[in-house]
Design a protein around this ligand. Structure first.
Ligand SMILES: CC1(C)CO[C@@H](CC(=O)O)CN1
Length: 413
């Protein structure tokens, strides 16, 4: 049977701020191979992934998008990095192209009017916020401080967190932001005696913030820090320019902090739409590249694998309604039909159930860990959309710290 070739563009960051293409490209290739080997999906069609390297740079990514546009057979695109996905997703619909981001976390991308044909298997960074709020409610914390690094993804996340805190009648005692040096921001946190603090910054800045916290004595069992869970293992022990705290001082400061992160690997052992479970996927992935677990984007590889499946399943629905000649970006037929199919996606992927919200963003499980005796302990997982919480381990504290200095009410004799 003659097969019709389908060409999917793929822009992968093989280096740069987030070098996620190193593990995500092999994962996407694996999905292309698996889909092409199935007789029950896209029967008579063969997917071809046309790869470009963006180096996680917006300018280069835009040039690579332009290069892919020279191939008129391409009508769907995979992208990584928020900085690269944003300019592409802003204009792709003008060429009748659907965009599926496996590696873009910026909350700003959840905006249908600005990104009409954008979907992502990578959840928005905002997904951490309902989980943070859930923990505040569990422990009766209503006075919250926020300290964020001045980059778009963290400013947007802080804005969303503020909105949610106000909705929950919680008090934002202060919001401090910084660019390079967090010293003043941390001093300002100390001044207002805030005890529950959410930190939104990259890993390098986290080392600077926590050293300043040590100097301001903004740590210990009267304080609770919420940091981000995707820093690399032992992040607080890595030497950092401008950080003069010792390893022990850093260890004392980070002891007891919580982290939130988005689960990118299906937490169950379900058999997924591909026929594999997560362990089989990880085994096959490790066979594609030596030491792939040390490469950029290893955590996000399931998102890239599922991005291809999301496109294949949507396309499989669309070709029931369209002709092969309609698989082109010369008209809006496949753009609109695939958009409809993607909107209705709901399948069990390696990264969990793949469902997109009305802005094309992925819902997913989040995980809470706490550093106890210098080691991260899994506390619970939480699904904000399903409102399901699964506890894993107990927290090792006598009682939760208070969110303010408790003034003892003097009873008049
Ligand atoms: C969890 C992380 C590291 C957040 O940034 C994403 C990259 C980006 O949003 O540019 C990749 N995944």
């Amino acid at each position: 049977v003659a097969t019709t070739d389908i060409f999917v563009g793929g822009i992968f960051p093989m280096s740069g701020g987030w070098s996620g293409g190193q593990a995500c490209y092999p994962a996407a290739q694996m999905a292309v191979e698996d889909v092409n080997n199935r007789s029950d999906i896209l029967q008579g069609y063969k997917i071809n992934l046309v790869k470009k390297d963006s180096k996680c740079d917006a300018g280069l990514g835009t040039r690579k998008f332009y290069d892919l546009l020279q191939d008129s057979r391409i009508f769907t695109l995979l992208t990584g990095c928020s900085s690269v996905s944003t300019p592409i997703a802003e204009s792709a619909y003008l060429w009748n192209i659907n965009v599926m981001a496996y590696g873009a976390s910026s909350p700003a991308l959840s905006n249908r009017s600005r990104f009409p044909s954008f979907f992502r298997t990578h959840p928005s960074a905002n997904l951490h916020n309902p989980t943070r709020i859930k923990l505040f409610q569990m422990f009766g914390w209503k006075r919250i401080g926020i300290i964020s690094q001045g980059s778009e993804v963290f400013e947007s996340t802080a804005k969303d967190l503020r909105t949610r805190l106000i909705q929950e009648n919680m008090e934002i005692v202060t919001q401090q932001s910084f660019h390079a040096d967090p010293k003043v921001a941390v001093q300002n946190l100390k001044k207002v005696d805030v005890r529950i603090i959410v930190g939104l910054f990259y890993e390098g800045a986290a080392r600077k913030v926590m050293c300043e916290a040590f100097k301001e004595k903004l740590f210990g069992n009267r304080y609770v820090w919420f940091l981000i869970g995707w820093y690399k293992h032992g992040w607080h022990k890595v030497p950092e320019k401008g950080v003069d705290c010792t390893e022990d001082e850093m260890a004392d400061t980070v002891e007891g902090h919580f982290t939130t992160e988005i689960l990118m690997l299906n937490p169950t052992n379900d058999t997924t739409v591909s026929g594999m479970n997560t362990q089989e996927f990880l085994q096959r992935l490790s066979n594609t590249t030596t030491d792939i677990h040390l490469k950029g984007g290893y955590e996000e590889a399931p998102l890239a694998y599922d991005a291809i499946w999301a496109i294949a399943i949507a396309l499989n629905n669309s070709i029931q309604r369209l002709q092969t000649s309609d698989l082109t970006r010369n008209n809006g037929l496949i753009l609109n039909d695939m958009y409809r199919s993607l909107n209705a996606s709901s399948f069990t992927g390696i990264s969990g159930t793949v469902v997109f919200d009305s802005d094309g963003s992925r819902m997913a499980w989040t995980k809470v860990e706490r550093m106890e005796n210098g080691v991260y302990k899994e506390i619970l997982i939480y699904h904000a959309e399903k409102k399901i919480m699964k506890r894993i381990n107990k927290i090792n504290w006598k009682q939760p710290p208070k969110d303010r200095t408790m003034t003892v009410k003097r009873t008049l004799k």
